[in-house]
Design a protein around this ligand. Structure first.
Ligand code: NAD
Length: 415
């Protein structure tokens, strides 16, 4: 993963709004620490009969606004500071989108690409056994993130339900549709991101139809971002990439065919009619919109000067480092920040919770209508503040989000 420390980056963003919000140094120190974190060792029986101990974490950053919420990652390079940074991002994201939720994140250091389905299932269940007393439908509600999906969520929900001897759909979101999942959750992050891009391009004078787009990452968020962009907004997706590298086609890639190719071969590379490129080349392509949708800290001081996009939309969490952020701002390249742009995932997760609490199941149109309203409302308040104060969108988004959390902490009498 990244050499930069995501947690330090996120703390710097927090400091950027302290003056505007008149946050004292002591309060800032409080806001820079997670409220609670759990470190667990997870023993798992592997297929060859050996026993392996995996390390896992769950960080509950701040629950002033409500029960904490945030995904679970399975990644070989996972670190506690990345999880702390992501838990902080979740806190500000939920606040910005006016959800009655705090922020959390979980992770396990493992390489699911080198594990069988049985091993992944046993790891998923063992992780829940280790953290079951720490989470719950009105305490902390996990969701999918990098290298975890709806099957993993189903095993985790089942394990929690076995431990507490009652089916508890509300303990986790991103579940399969037939098991308390919500319509629209699968592509919610990408769909929500496009609502933000759609609003932003109107203000920036970029025409979406035919706009040239590059997407880094071709997992849940990236593949849906490419598909929705091409299918619903008529953009030209000229490049995409995954962990093995990328592909480029001057006149646009056929995303449906590329999805089939990835399904068959396991990577986007060597796609007919396209040229193989590196992830580094993708960042520097001459495009209208660059969508990082893979991991954090992929645009840093090392490559920010090569960016030629007219707009960066952060569909991933923390893809632009703090230094790169300042440099891109100085170069006049606007950035739609992660806490604004990729909030669609947690918004529809929240809608999934509401349906679970009511044992209800809404139509897809109903879910997407609510998602669109929340995204557009958040865009408007962030854009208005950024324009009024002449500050970057990220600073405006942090000012709104952190201000709401501080207000809740004050009402509760914590500070
Ligand atoms: P995923 O596991 O489904 O996909 C990750 C993708 O990134 C894969 O295509 C992988 O090959 C690619 N990748 C990994 N390392 C890479 C590298 N070095 N260079 C280029 N590509 C690389 O994960 P996801 O759920 O799509 O999450 C992607 C990002 O979006 C993460 O930052 C995540 O935190 C964020 N996010 C996800 C959701 C969600 O609902 N899943 C919600 C909000 C934010």
């Amino acid at each position: 993963m990244a050499e930069q420390n995501l947690f330090e980056e996120v703390k710097r963003h927090l400091c950027s709004c302290s003056a505007d919000l008149q946050i004292t140094p002591n309060l800032e120190a409080v806001m820079k620490l997670p409220m609670r974190e759990l470190h667990v060792s997870i023993p798992v029986r592997m297929d060859d009969g050996s026993l392996r101990a995996f390390s896992g974490f769950r960080v509950q950053y701040n629950d002033a606004l409500g029960p904490t919420k945030g995904g679970i990652r399975f990644h070989p390079d996972e670190t506690i500071d990345t999880i702390r940074g992501l838990a902080a991002i979740m806190t500000w994201k939920c606040a910005l989108h006016n959800l009655p939720l705090g922020g959390a994140k979980g992770g396990v250091i493992c390489n699911p690409k080198k594990m069988s389905q049985g091993e992944i299932e046993r790891l998923s269940r063992a992780y829940i056994q280790a953290i079951s007393h720490f989470i719950g439908p009105d305490r902390d509600i996990p969701a999918p993130d990098v290298y975890t999906d709806s099957s993993v969520m189903a095993w985790m929900m089942d394990e929690y339900s076995r431990i507490f001897r009652k089916t508890t759909f509300g303990v986790i979101t991103g579940k399969p549709l037939s098991l308390g999942g919500s319509e629209g959750r699968e592509d919610a992050t990408a769909r929500g991101g496009w609502f933000i891009v759609r609003e932003a391009v109107k203000d920036l004078g970029i025409i979406l139809e035919g706009a040239r787009v590059a997407v880094q990452g071709f997992g849940n968020v990236g593949s849906h971002a490419a598909r929705i962009g091409q299918g619903e907004y008529s953009v030209q997706v000229v490049a995409v990439s995954d962990s093995s590298g990328g592909v480029y086609a001057k006149d646009g890639l056929d995303i449906r065919a590329l999805l089939d190719h990835k399904e068959k071969t396991g990577s986007v590379r060597d796609f007919s009619g396209a040229r193989n490129i590196t992830n580094e080349e993708l960042i520097g392509l001459d495009v209208d919109i660059l969508i990082p949708a893979a991991l954090e800290n992929v645009i840093t001081l090392d490559n920010a000067s090569q960016v030629r996009a007219r707009l960066i939309a952060e569909f991933a969490n923390g893809p632009v480092s703090g230094d790169a952020d300042a440099l891109l701002h100085a170069r006049g390249i606007p950035i739609l920040p992660d806490i604004l742009c990729n909030g669609g995932g947690v918004i529809v997760s929240y809608l999934e919770m509401v349906q679970n609490f009511n044992l209800d199941h809404w139509e897809g149109e109903e879910v997407n209508r609510r998602l669109e309203k929340k995204m557009v409302d958040a865009y408007k308040v962030v854009h208005d503040l950024a324009s009024r104060n002449h500050v970057p969108m990220r600073q405006a988004a942090y000012t709104i989000a952190v201000g709401r959390v501080v207000k809740a902490m004050k009402y509760r009498g914590w500070v």
